[in-house]
Design a protein around this ligand. Structure first.
Ligand code: DQA
Length: 150
């Protein structure tokens, strides 16, 4: 494992369209805006942040595999795959580091098909409903835990 704390943020399908995608639900920030906020926090703390987005389930599964031995934490907004993907769940289950599930919206307040997450049972924590701030909260939480554990 690298000496610096290493976080991999994974963003699933359609999140590349944030900014114009249903702004009443997801807000006006783009994914690049969210990345910039998280990167600013990580840079200040000397943390390595890898940030990826993919519309493909296979790419996300492969990214999780590649994180083994390379990342300490995964922050994942699996987007629509949250509710459907056994493959993403299984990949997260085999990742030995810690994992935080993130959603911009409160999925429990929305359509019933969004109420169930395939991945919640295999992650350490979930942050949802804070819009772009959900990512920031996940990253800040990780950094606090890292500081406490020295
Ligand atoms: C989402 C919620 C999902 O239900 C949806 O499919 C998304 C975004 C969120 O961040 O609120 O694409 O993960």
């Amino acid at each position: 494992m690298a000496e610096k704390l290493n976080i991999l943020a994974i963003n699933g399908p359609n999140l590349n369209m944030l900014g114009t995608r249903e702004p009443d639900i997801y807000g006006a920030d783009t994914l690049a805006d969210m990345e910039a906020r998280c990167r600013a926090i990580c840079d200040t703390d000397g943390v390595v942040l890898d940030w990826i987005q993919s519309n493909g389930e296979a790419e996300i599964v492969t990214a999780i595999h590649q994180a083994i031995g390379n990342a300490d934490w995964i922050v994942i907004n699996a987007a629509g795959l949250t509710h459907t993907s056994v493959a993403v769940r299984d990949a997260l289950a085999l990742f030995p580091g810690r994992k935080i599930e993130v959603h911009l919206s409160n999925i429990h307040k929305r359509e019933s098909f969004r109420h169930h997450s395939m991945i919640s049972a295999v992650v350490d924590g979930v942050v949802l409903g804070f819009g772009a701030m959900s990512y920031v909260m996940a990253i800040r939480g990780i950094l606090e835990i890292a500081k406490e554990s020295g």
